[in-house]
Design a protein around this ligand. Sequence first.
Ligand SMILES: Nc1ncnc2c1ncn2[C@@H]1O[C@H](COP(=O)(O)OP(=O)(O)O)[C@@H](O)[C@H]1O
Ligand SMILES: [Mg+2]
Length: 312
Amino acid sequence: MQNVCEMRQVVKRYKEVTALDHFNFEIHEGEIVGLLGPNGSGKSTAINCLLGLLAFDEGGVEVFGRPVSPDDMDMKQRIGFVPQELSFFAELSVADNIRYFAGLYESDNARRDVMVSEAVEFVGLEKYVKFTAKKLSGGLKRRLNIACGIAHHPEFVMFDEPTVAVDAQSRNFILEGIKEMNRRGSTVLYTTHYLEEAQELCDRIVIMDEGKNMASGTLEELIDLVDPTEAVHIAFSEPGDRVFNMIREIPGVVDIQEENNHTVILLTPPGHRLSALLEELKNHHISYTSLHSELPTLNDVFLKLTGKALRD
Ligand SMILES: Nc1ncnc2c1ncn2[C@@H]1O[C@H](COP(=O)(O)OP(=O)(O)O)[C@@H](O)[C@H]1O
Ligand SMILES: [Mg+2]
């Protein structure tokens, strides 16, 4: 599959801060790739290098198979960028803002007007086209920011934390919109520090910390990196050695831990052993008052790779 963009061993320093530390990264055509990392891990710096907005110290960056250059108009036309900071004109209307950004790439008035209405519809701002941008709520401003970045139908779109501080409704609108753009053929780079978003949206996730690519893969591949177990929390009616000794014999049980008022049974591989466990409990007439099971998450992976939790 063709790489839409590629970063090889990129080093970017801001004086004494190393924001990218031999960073490797690529996106294949048609993917939604999530760049997941805490604040300050280098996500925006990586995007700015891909856009040719920022000079880097070492390594190589290519987009559409060639080095990036700020005045490569053909390349710019094919790229969309939704920056982390709101980037539109506060005093202009919604429609005029989108028209301005679409006009950077499309000089034909009729075609540009079609782009504007499509972008408005895409982000669900139909009721607000005449509103002055500064009068919109936070979530609607975010949506306008997106419309400005994608109106020109780019093949490759980069979203830099587009859902920070937005309400749930706008957030869903944004994520669904990105999925739809991808279905229509756009390749997507999405940066976030929200685990759930990366999990929900992305075909492939790159875990970033301190300017480095710590791991990349599908959610399943990443979870496989960490000796994954499923934690089954059970409050037995009569806990005791008879119960524990029996459970130890069940295939897939790797550990039993006693917590305050319940027992945690660790199973592997996750997602495949719970029904056998329940069957055995039934066969042995072992009763319980509550039970729930927790599958491994991206947070477990993040913790293992970086030594810290990435909390939302
Ligand atoms: N213009 C700048 N000048 C100095 N340091 C910067 C600048 N931009 C970013 N940094 C530093 O580089 C690191 C990575 O920042 P950034 O790429 O913004 O991370 P993220 O987008 O993941 O939050 C941070 O330590 C940040 O403080
Ligand atoms: Mg950032």
